[in-house]
Design a protein around this ligand. Structure first.
Ligand code: HEM
Length: 486
């Protein structure tokens, strides 16, 4: 037993020496019902809002009771940081996530543990590193320009643009492009089989994750059978992509040294006789990356557009920044310019603070430990809030306001004042999101294209936008019209 004692000032301690002043039973928490406990209060598509409401009510560590078993919710930044750092040894992902994903044949690094996780993590990190993203950048800008062409034509013809649908299609094109080396052009083709299958898997993942009872283990409805079929078809498609990419790399051996996408990078790594990556590892992680990289990025952009449309001053500052960087170019084509969007980066941070698309991470403790002065027995379920202290008025004054300026500093802030240490939108520690650099690159390319070419017009007659948790958290709509700038 090593360093899984997580009192804020903790050092490595022996199990007999764990120091704490309370147990889970001492923690505050909402009143539950007989037998069910809090179960019936935590289902559905607004779970993150319920958990956040209770953070305000019960503080940075509280407990729920789910059918007699405790569930501990942690948002204190020190404890969250330590919990995330203590993986994979001290804490694992929840078994429920592994089961639900595995049932839909979604595997790979996200649900791996121990040495298997270490191996898969190496493969995925090599496939999504800065060099691969840079090599893929021309394809990303090509796909983004294709979106721009479609929008310009629609606006010129007076046709409405469905931003929510289009941003999702563009994110899918980009992530399938990098992870599977294939251009499905979902932006222009609604009827792509791979896209339908991925959508199917996603919908099932979202609804099963929110379900109170895992009915599909006893009775498969038509939607469940369709998802099983989609899982098989996605796997077959990826096997085919691996085969084609191997063929291409034989014909163009320079791709071994300079892979143009994640799949090529993973194949190059697995061709190394010293690696023990299997084809199954490649297939699982390519599929996982598409699942992990589509809605996260699309929802983040959709939220940012929603927030910018409601905050004209911030939108104007961002438009000025993109005009200064892009000049006469319709979008960013020069990789070197990517560093010149500080306000866009700040707007992204502020978006994640207010509308985190992955608002919590579920963990299980691998051994007895102490978290924030509380004794946590082995095998306790813990939910870590990635919003951390982001919704705390004392940490972020004018909390409800969208203020990208709060992320911009003349001098690097002191550690305790640094806002980026108070929230965890991409997780933390050794399991920090490996798609982070890709996501940030994509967000900058797409949002700068939008702000440089269009004005955002909020549809004030539209119903309020809801926050919906469908595995990832996204807006119910993007009621914003694009108007061509002259
Ligand atoms: C704005 C976009 C994104 C957000 C907010 C996001 C957020 C997250 C979060 C919170 C985690 C859990 C981290 C942890 O446990 O500490 C995670 C893990 C992961 N993400 Fe992302 N993500 C984004 C984009 C992407 C993209 C584009 C990809 C791939 C193409 C990706 C692939 C993954 C994978 C494979 C993991 C599991 C890592 C592991 O368990 O070692 N994500 N992400």
């Amino acid at each position: 037993m090593d360093s899984n004692t997580l009192a804020p000032e903790s050092d490595v301690e022996n199990i007999d020496e764990l120091k704490y002043s309370r147990t889970i039973a001492d923690l505050p928490g909402p009143k539950g019902q007989p037998f069910f406990g809090n179960l019936l209060q935590v289902g559905g598509h607004q779970l993150h809002l319920t958990l956040a409401k209770w953070i305000r009510e019960f503080g940075p560590i509280y407990r729920l009771n789910i059918l007699g078993r405790p569930l501990v919710i942690v948002s204190d930044r020190t404890a969250v940081g330590s919990l995330l750092k203590e993986r994979p040894d001290g804490f694992r992902r929840t078994r429920n996530l592994k089961t639900i994903m595995g049932e839909l044949n979604i595997k790979g690094v996200i649900t791996a543990e121990g040495d298997d996780w270490r191996k898969q993590r190496k493969l995925v990190m090599g496939g999504l590193n800065a060099e691969v993203v840079r090599n893929f950048f021309p394809t990303m800008t090509f796909m983004t320009e294709r979106m721009l062409t479609r929008w310009k034509a629609a606006v010129a013809d007076g046709k409405p643009v469905d931003l929510r649908r289009d941003l999702k299609a563009l994110a899918l094109d980009i992530v399938v492009g990098i992870a599977m080396g294939h251009d499905i052009d979902a932006v222009n083709d609604d009827d792509n089989q791979l896209q339908r299958n991925i959508d199917n898997l996603f919908r099932r993942l979202g609804s099963r994750n929110a379900a109170l009872i895992p009915y599909w283990r006893y009775l498969k409805l038509p939607v469940d059978r369709a998802a099983d079929k989609s899982a098989v078809e996605v796997e077959q498609a990826v096997i085919e992509f691996v085969r084609n990419t191997r063929e291409l790399m034989k014909q163009q051996p320079h791709l071994q040294q300079k892979p143009a996408n994640m799949l090529q990078a993973m194949i190059a790594a697995s061709d190394n006789p010293e690696s023990n990556f299997t084809d199954q590892d490649l297939i699982e992680n390519a599929t996982l990356s598409v699942i992990g990289g589509e809605d996260t990025t699309a929802n983040s952009i959709a939220w940012m557009i929603n927030l910018l449309a409601r905050n004209p001053a911030a939108a104007a500052t961002l438009t000025n920044e993109t005009d200064a960087v892009l000049g006469a170019e319709p979008l960013v084509r020069d990789w070197e310019l990517m560093k010149q969007f500080p306000y866009l980066e700040a707007a992204h941070n502020e978006t994640q603070r207010l509308r985190s698309v992955a608002p919590f991470i579920g963990l299980g403790s691998n051994a007895d430990c102490v978290v924030a002065d509380t004794f946590i027995p082995k095998d306790t379920a813990i939910i870590v809030s990635t919003i951390g202290e982001g919704l705390d008025e004392a940490q972020f004054p004018q909390n409800e306001q969208f203020l990208p300026e709060r992320w911009i500093f003349e001098q690097k802030p002191q550690r305790d004042d640094d806002p980026s240490r108070k929230i965890f939108p991409f997780g933390g520690g050794a399991r920090l999101c490996p798609g982070r650099f890709l996501a940030l690159t994509e967000i900058k390319v797409v949002v700068s294209m939008i702000m440089h070419n269009f004005e955002l017009e909020l549809d004030t007659d539209a119903p309020p936008v809801e926050q919906l948790m469908n595995f990832f958290m996204g807006p119910s709509a993007v009621p914003v019209r694009l108007k061509l700038r002259v």
